[in-house]
Design a protein around this ligand. Structure first.
Ligand code: CA
Length: 496
């Protein structure tokens, strides 16, 4: 649930199209390995992946390490580490998928592991969120890694690489009762399932992955199955390149949203939105850079990717050699909002963020990054509603002088979550001018200001810049001697 203050902030910022969240990271614990999955319930964020320890905000690798074997839990709002710490071990020992039940009482966990603590299990378990104990009921024997989980009141859907569950044939997808017994839901899928989204009020489950064939028909990367039987209900011919996989599926009450990863050069890796009722496409963006995770929050679709070349999508950026790892766009019309926090590629495969979750109005991001907004931060980060970062102050230079006039110039700064910035120009410490300009990291205009002063006088100019909330320090001073009335006009070198 969101507090009234958060809702107010979101309404205020929705008007300028920037979405409800700040791009300035909150202080967050770190992992010593890759975070593959995030889930949340009751104000707690659960973190799953391939790691041995966690460490507090600001600690360097190896410092202040606290043992956590592939699983950790945190207070979503404060970021505090919680004691809930079952260890997931054996086989390749990794947690790859987590999802809480709709009532928040149970957390389902999947991956590649054969023990939780001292209990023998097989790649999927349930943890009671109330006391962090392992549920004795839910113990499906899954024959290989679980990569995706979604839950309804009646079923827990599992997707992955497996071909048997609890002794029965189940090819890459299965449904299990919350209390444990395998459900009759059955579909024959030929390659791994990597994303699931159940829409119980529509009687559907949306299934994404690497596959080419579903229930004996040619269906690539995405299919919609009957939630009870597993029969194919909807297909998506022409939606995806044959070199593309679906890595993420989320939904709201009327639409679903998928995130695509391409395997090869020149493959579009967009987000696509379709209607839950009939599977028709609503929009598709044009970005490249594989999408790993999606989360909807207050009308904004947040994505984890390494997006580049989004130039044909409204609000998007051109190819610049830069990879943008976190992005926000309109769920209604795909337009990209001015919200550009960023991670580096980091460890592992080097794709940056891999998992997203929102709880208590805070966006949690997990993955294989080792930096966030250029500063060391490994495996986890999070974003709230408070804007705390000031834009970087520009450097002033002299554009031109003429008798009684001085033109100073600077290159526009940019801010990670505000497009329009206001520059204030000071002559000898006194505010003399103000200019507002929109900018982004790929679009920074050369700006100028012309001041009228007494011929022959000498002045010190400084500038600062504000996003409306945070103001930079003042720039270094530019000292200018203004030509006398009879002097010829001249221009400073290097600017024309
Ligand atoms: Ca800002």
């Amino acid at each position: 649930m969101c507090t009234a203050a958060l809702l107010d902030a979101s309404l205020a910022t929705a008007a300028d199209g920037s979405g409800p969240l700040s791009a300035d990271p909150l202080s967050t614990w770190q992992t010593d390995g890759v975070v593959w999955s995030l889930a949340s319930a009751n104000g707690v964020v659960y973190v799953g992946g391939t790691f041995d320890t966690v460490r507090p905000p600001g600690a360097a690798p190896g410092q202040k390490a606290v043992k956590r074997t592939n699983f950790a839990a945190f207070d979503a709002a404060t970021g505090k580490l919680l004691p809930c710490a079952p260890s997931f071990t054996g086989l390749n020992h990794t947690v790859r998928a987590m999802k809480a039940s709709p009532d928040g009482r149970t957390l389902y966990v999947g991956g590649s592991f054969n023990s939780v603590g001292s209990t023998r299990v097989a790649n999927a378990v349930a943890i009671k969120t109330g006391d962090c104990s392992l549920s004795a009921d839910f113990r499906p024997a899954v024959s290989a890694v679980v990569r995706a989980i979604d839950t309804t009141a009646d079923a827990v859907y599992l997707g992955g690489d497996f071909n048997r569950v609890s002794g029965q044939v189940r090819s890459r997808v299965a449904a299990v009762e919350p209390k444990g017994p395998l459900l009759p839901f059955k579909a024959d899928i030929d390659h791994p399932v990597r994303a699931l989204s159940a829409a119980p009020s529509h009687g559907k489950v949306f299934v994404g992955g690497d596959f080419d064939s579903v229930n004996g028909r040619s269906d690539h990367a995405l299919v919609t199955l009957d939630a009870r039987s597993g029969a194919t209900l909807l297909s998506y011919p022409g939606w995806f390149s044959l070199q593309a996989s679906v890595k993420a599926i989320v939904r709201d009450n009327s639409r679903f949203f998928v995130g695509v990863e391409g395997h090869g050069p020149s493959i579009l890796e967009p987000r696509i939105s379709g209607r839950l009722t009939n599977g028709t496409m609503v929009w598709k963006d044009t970005c490249r850079g594989a999408t790993q995770a999606l989360v909807p929050f207050q009308g904004v679709l947040y994505s984890a990717s390494h997006a580049h070349d989004c130039s044909d999508t409204p609000g998007g950026f051109p190819e610049s050699g830069d990879r943008q790892h976190l992005m926000a766009q309109s769920m209604t019309d795909r337009s990209i909002f001015h919200w550009f926090p960023d991670t580096n590629d980091g460890m592992g495969e080097g794709v940056g963020p891999r998992a997203l979750a929102v709880e208590k109005g805070v966006l949690w991001v997990g993955g294989e990054f080792t930096k966030v907004n250029g500063k060391p931060q490994m495996g986890l980060t999070r974003f709230g509603s408070r804007d705390t970062g000031a834009p970087k102050v520009p450097a002033l230079s002299l554009g031109a002088t003429q008798p009684g006039k001085v033109t100073i110039t600077w290159r526009a700064s940019w801010d990670r979550d505000d497009a329009a910035l206001t520059y204030k120009i000071y002559r000898d410490g006194k505010l003399v001018g103000r200019k507002t300009e929109s900018s982004a990291y790929w679009d920074r205009a050369q700006m100028n200001y012309t001041d009228s002063v007494k011929p022959g006088s000498r002045h010190r100019y400084t500038i600062d810049v504000t996003d409306g909330t945070n103001t930079s320090r003042k720039s270094a001073a530019l000292t200018v001697t203004v030509p006398k009335a009879k002097a010829k006009s001249r221009t400073a070198g290097g600017h024309r």
